[in-house]
Design a protein around this ligand. Structure first.
Ligand code: ADP
Ligand code: MG
Length: 314
């Protein structure tokens, strides 16, 4: 997809060194990260724990001060045009924090007040309906389930109608059912025109939800591509063979990337699909005296790409 529209978010050479503690020189959590988030999509920022995802989000949210570099949100520089930048983004933090004695309706009204939104322009009821909490309008926040609280946080981030919504690990530690619900909600918001950025360390979440994925590892950006292209980078395929007797040695072939025993009579062979096909691999194994009783194949997925990219960069 090519677009001439300005990016929703533009990040340039962003660096963050946390203050030194206990005699160290301070953790360099972001080492000069640059990328754009195009308008209108669902953008995934993927990376293992400690990669620097929350640091980046918290800088956008104004919770962490960057060391250097720049960020534009909806065309507004977060330093020079802080007010407009802030109005253009809604951020859902990873941790759930509410005053337990407010109701969902009150939480949204208080947030609207903070943004100086006039009473007649407030959308609290509409937002509660959008996140399927209309029936909890007047319940105390402390009586809501974890999933309801997360949905309320999303509504809260949308009170000022920002064109960009950022969610930091929205589904970390939530059950499968709630994950599905949140995915649906995010997709719905996106369909209504909100540009979404979400961080996650779940590969399947990024693969399922995001149209573009950036991967961050040790404070560095190591990939940034449309999801389909990224998954397509997996050039390897895996052939799993069951043999008729216990393995005493392993076969070999120039097309093998890796060959290992995955059980007493099971062999897992990873091969480069540009250099060999399953038939050739199978013939080579049989020609070396191995008798194959069963064969299955597995396509490499985002996980394989992720592992190969993050291990190269380490
Ligand atoms: P992620 O969200 O990808 O898991 P974070 O941005 O939370 O990663 O952390 C990136 C690195 O910065 C980690 O090594 C983490 O320990 C460190 N870090 C995060 N917050 C602080 C802080 N307030 N002070 C010092 N180091 C921090
Ligand atoms: Mg984090």
């Amino acid at each position: 997809m090519t677009s001439t529209a300005a990016p929703a978010i533009s990040i340039r050479d962003l660096k963050k060194r946390y203050a030194p503690a206990g005699g160290d020189e301070g953790k360099l959590a972001l080492k000069g990260v640059s990328f754009d988030v195009p308008e209108g999509g669902i953008f995934g920022l993927l990376g293992p724990n400690g990669a620097g995802k929350s640091t980046l989000i918290n800088i956008m949210a104004g919770l962490v001060r960057k060391t250097s570099g720049s960020i534009d949100i909806w065309g507004f520089d977060i330093d020079r045009d802080q007010r407009n930048a802030k109005r253009s983004i809604g951020i859902v933090p990873q941790e759930i924090v509410f005053d337990p004695f407010f109701t969902p309706y009150e939480v949204l009204e208080i947030q609207a007040g903070l943004y100086g939104i006039a009473n007649h322009l407030r959308r609290s009821e509409e937002l509660l309906r959008a996140v399927h909490l209309a029936d909890k309008r007047d319940a105390y926040a402390r009586t809501l389930s974890g999933g309801m609280k997360r949905r309320l946080l999303i509504a809260k981030a949308l009170v000022h109608q920002p064109p960009v919504l950022v969610l930091d690990e929205p589904t970390a530690g939530v059950d499968v059912e709630l994950r599905r619900q949140l995915w649906e909600l995010v997709t719905e918001m996106n369909r209504e025109g909100v540009t979404i950025v979400l961080t996650t360390h779940y590969l399947e979440e990024a693969e399922e939800l995001c149209d573009r994925i950036a991967i961050i590892n040790h404070g560095e950006l190591i990939a940034n591509k449309p999801t389909r292209e990224l998954v397509g980078m997996a050039r390897e395929k895996i052939l799993v063979l069951t043999l008729d007797r216990d393995l005493t040695e392993l076969p070999s072939h120039p097309g093998f990337v890796k060959c290992e025993a995955s059980g007493e009579r099971m062999l897992e062979i990873t091969y480069d699909k540009d250099r060999a096909n399953a038939g050739e691999i199978l013939s080579a194994v049989q020609a070396q005296g191995f008798s194959v009783v069963d064969v299955t194949t597995r396509e490499a997925d985002l996980e394989d790409v992720f592992v190969s990219l993050t291990s190269q960069a380490a």
